[in-house]
Structure formats: structure tokens, C-alpha cells
Design a protein around this ligand. Structure first.
Ligand SMILES: [Ca+2]
Length: 216
């Protein structure tokens, strides 16, 4: 295409666009509105990485409520991990199911979505996850439906954690034998610790991640 023909084509395109897609004088207004759309939230995990968030004002010793949305086509991968010593709390994809585990220091609890549904959640769609434990008792909801509940064993009642909370993987091999070592591949957004929404892009450290989750 010659440069001149290119200019003519652009001019024709603009004329067509302005006459069919916008009313007279609307174009600048429309573009100004688009500028105010917030940047994409969430993070895309490449499958070999992780994000570290500080616990901030999150105090999960007695009650640890976690929310986030996830999207993946991978059947296995670590989505969430926090802990200290033998205390931990984890959420992972396992063969397409969602599995949460915690140990308060005297024995583990395991909650699998397979308890109440045979649905596989690695279907490429967004799913909202809510997990809470109060003392020994845990409950796991996906897409606002309770999929599992459980209770840890022993007499320990509180969860101790370090400042670093891992999303999507861990920086090395972790020591929690029941928890997957495989990193998550997919997207996570809208993270809430307790009652506090957290921007997953405001991390202490990350590896193999990209900001934003494209809609396709
Ligand atoms: Ca404990």
C-alpha cells in the first residue's frame, strides 16, 4: 500500500467510524471516560512463580478468613500458603478439585471440594473462593456454595504465621509434606485477608508473574 493510499484509508475509516459509532461531538467524551477505567486487577501466574504479600493487619490466629477469585485450566497448583513451623494454612488445586489444609500445631485438617461436588474447577472460568477457619473448624465455599467443611485434630487452637503470605506458589521446596510443590498457573485477583481487600500487585516479592488478568 502506498503512503498516500494509507492516509486515504485512515481518513475513510475515521469518517466511517465517527458517522456510525459515535454521535456528533461524542468522541472525546467517550475517550475521556475510558481513561478513568481502573487498570486490570489481579496477577497472571506463569506456572513457576509466586507472589509474597505481607500479612499487614491480618491476624489469623483465631479466625482466618481468606477470599480470592481464581481462573485456571491446570488441574494442580498451589494457590495460597501461610505458616510458621508446623502451623500452616494452604489452598491448592488438586486434580481439578480445590483442597484446603491447615494445621494448628497438633494435627491436620483437610477440606476438599469433592466432599460436596464432583465439579472440576480448572475449567478456564473465574471462580470465587472463600475459606474460613475459626479455631479448629473450617469451611470452604466456591461460587457461594459450601463445598466442604472440616476440623483439625489435637488440642492446639491458634494458627501462627510468618509475615510472608504466599500466593500462587512458594520460593523453594516448602516443608509441608501434604501440600503440593507445584506452582499455580492461571490468574488470581480480588484477594481479601480477613475483612481487608489487598492489592495483589502490591507485593513484597514475585517471580514469573504478570500484572493483570486478560479477560480471554
Ligand atoms: Ca498453633
Amino acid at each position: 500500500m502506498s503512503p498516500l493510499l494509507g492516509i486515504v484509508c485512515v481518513a475513510l475509516y475515521l469518517a466511517t467510524a465517527s458517522s456510525t459509532e459515535y454521535g456528533a461531538g461524542d468522541t472525546l467524551h467517550t475517550r475521556a471516560d475510558q481513561v478513568t477505567v481502573p487498570p486490570p486487577q489481579g496477577i497472571r501466574f506463569g506456572g513457576n512463580g509466586y507472589v509474597v504479600l505481607s500479612k499487614g493487619n491480618f491476624r489469623p490466629a483465631t479466625s482466618s478468613a481468606i477470599r480470592f477469585k481464581f481462573r485456571t485450566v491446570s488441574p494442580d497448583g498451589l494457590m495460597f500458603l501461610m505458616g510458621q513451623g508446623s502451623d500452616f494454612f494452604s489452598i491448592e488445586m488438586k486434580e481439578g478439585k480445590v483442597v484446603a489444609r491447615y494445621d494448628l500445631g497438633s494435627g491436620p485438617a483437610m477440606l476438599s471440594s469433592s466432599q460436596n461436588t464432583q465439579q472440576n474447577f480448572n475449567d478456564g472460568s473465574w471462580h470465587s473462593l472463600y475459606m474460613n477457619r475459626i479455631r479448629l473448624d473450617g469451611i470452604l465455599k466456591i461460587d457461594d456454595t459450601t463445598v466442604a467443611s472440616g476440623r483439625s485434630t489435637g488440642n492446639m487452637r491458634t494458627l501462627e504465621i510468618d509475615n510472608e503470605i504466599y500466593i500462587g506458589g512458594f520460593y523453594a521446596q516448602h516443608g509441608y509434606k501434604l501440600v503440593t510443590q507445584k506452582a499455580f498457573e492461571g490468574c488470581i485477583k480480588d484477594v481479601v485477608f480477613g475483612q481487608t481487600p489487598r492489592d495483589i500487585n502490591e507485593y513484597l516479592e514475585s517471580w514469573d508473574v504478570e500484572q493483570g488478568c486478560p479477560e480471554v
